[in-house]
Structures are given as structure tokens and as C-alpha cells.
Design a binder for this molecule. Structure first.
Ligand code: SF4
Ligand code: SF4
Length: 245
């Protein structure tokens, strides 16, 4: 068992949970302060709750039993309750067995499924930011807060960005604005997006000047392959060099 202590349950990111599963954890337990008893105005434990509800649906989507993930809220004085909850969770995880075994997924496939989901975390958090910030006051709301259909759609209609080589003017605006350096480009070079690094934030789509409109948003479809390096050079005419575009 591995214990990770963070100041607030709201700090437990979706990516931490998926990383734990990608590293072979059979179960993940998150303990937070009682809801509505947070000392801060942020009430981060509501974020933790929403994140867990979403993550459970993601686990279901990739074929894992969502009971491998649990969140519980209790106060520091509830030692007996904590012991009971931990014993119960330990028992559940023993019943479920090693990650993927009960689910019938072979280890290599399992790792790639979890890693694929982990790669989508920034996009998922952005797409669901409003819901992730909500406060659920009634436990009856938990079960259907995130639905399987909603999470399936999120994966099915995943957004990708692509730079159309015939439209890119190598102005370097997107290159400078990409928060994760996922755009490969240089002066007079058609830019390309490294899909492995891209976190699908859409900044390049917003930033590309409308007169170029070179960044394309692709929903749920395949992304065209990047233009080969030897074809990326843009030959400028004298007029273009003097800054007419
Ligand atoms: S979508 Fe965001 S992360 Fe991806 S290339 Fe564009 S700016 Fe970079
Ligand atoms: S902002 Fe548009 S035109 Fe400029 S380099 Fe990026 S994709 Fe090309």
C-alpha cells in the first residue's frame, strides 16, 4: 500500500488517480474532510467528489471496475470510522483481485488503455470544467452526475487540432502561445502539431489569425499525418517578404 498525503482532497487531480492505476495500483482511496466543513472558501472536497464521480465513469469506459476507486469524507476525530472504511475498502480490493484480472484485460492492453485515458485528462478537465466545479448537496445526485453516455461521447468525439499545410503562413503565433510546446515550427517553416504532446487546449485554434485560418478543429475523426519535414519550407515572394501578410 502506498500513502500519498496532500493538503486538500481537492488537490487530487484526475491524472494522479489514472497514474496510480497505470502504475498497477489495484485500488485508489481518497479521504477528505467532511463536505461543508472545509476551512477554506474553496471547498476543495467537492472538487474531489466530482473528480471521483467522473473518474469512475472513465474507469468503466476503459473496462475497469469503478469500485476500485473510492472517496470518503470524515473528520480528523473519526478514527474508528476511518479504520472501518479502510478495512472495508481493503476487503473490496482483495475481492476484486489484481487490477485487470477480474476484468479480463491483459496487462499490456490495460496499461495502454489507462495511458490513453490519462493523455486526455487536460481535455476532459476543460470539457467538464463547469460540472467539476459544482457542489452536489444531495447524495442522490451522485450516481447520475456524470453518465456513461456522456463520458462515452467525450471519448468518441475527442477533439484534435491540425494545421493545414496549405494555409499556414509560419507567422509563429501559435508556436509562441502553445502552453506545452507541442507545435513544431520555425521562421518560413510550415508548422505542425505534435499530437503526442498536444493537450487539446485549443489555444492555437483561437490564436491563428482568421485571415489564415490554418488551425483546424477535428471532432472524433482521424488527424491527417504531419507534412514531411522536407516539404515544410515556405518559399516567399519578394512582396510577401516585405510584410504584406
Ligand atoms: S491545442 Fe493547445 S496544446 Fe495542442 S497544439 Fe494547440 S495550443 Fe498546443
Ligand atoms: S498561427 Fe496559423 S498561420 Fe501562424 S504559424 Fe500557426 S498555424 Fe501557421
Amino acid at each position: 500500500m502506498r500513502l500519498i498525503r496532500v493538503m486538500c482532497s481537492g488537490r487530487v487531480d484526475l491524472s494522479f488517480v489514472l497514474r496510480a492505476f497505470a502504475n498497477g495500483a489495484d485500488g485508489v482511496f481518497i479521504g477528505g474532510c467532511r463536505l461543508n466543513e472545509c476551512n477554506y472558501t474553496t471547498h476543495g472536497n467537492y472538487h474531489a467528489l466530482n473528480m471521483v464521480l467522473l473518474c469512475k465513469k472513465i474507469l468503466e469506459r476503459i473496462g475497469l471496475n469503478p469500485e476500485r476507486l473510492r472517496v470518503e469524507f470524515m473528520s480528523a476525530g473519526e478514527g474508528i470510522l476511518f479504520a472501518e472504511v479502510m478495512n472495508d475498502f481493503g476487503k473490496k480490493i482483495k475481492e476484486l483481485g489484481p487490477l485487470g484480472k477480474n476484468e479480463g484485460i491483459d496487462p499490456a492492453d490495460l496499461k495502454s488503455r489507462v495511458q490513453e485515458a490519462a493523455k486526455l485528462v487536460p481535455y476532459i478537465k476543460m470539457a467538464k470544467s463547469d460540472k467539476l466545479a459544482q457542489h452536489l448537496y444531495k447524495t442522490e445526485e451522485y450516481s447520475e452526475f456524470f453518465t456513461s453516455a456522456e463520458v462515452d461521447a467525450l471519448f468518441r468525439e475527442v477533439v484534435s487540432y491540425h494545421i493545414a499545410p496549405d494555409k499556414c503562413q509560419a507567422c509563429m503565433i501559435c508556436f509562441k502561445k502553445c502552453p506545452v510546446e507541442a507545435i513544431v515550427g520555425a521562421k518560413n517553416q510550415i508548422h505542425v502539431i505534435d499530437q503526442e504532446k498536444c493537450i487539446k487546449c485549443g489555444t492555437c485554434f483561437e490564436a491563428c489569425p482568421s485571415r489564415f485560418g490554418a488551425v483546424q478543429k477535428i471532432i472524433g475523426g482521424p488527424v491527417p499525418p504531419p507534412i514531411p519535414e522536407e516539404k515544410r519550407k515556405i518559399a516567399r515572394t519578394g512582396k510577401e517578404k516585405s510584410g504584406t501578410h
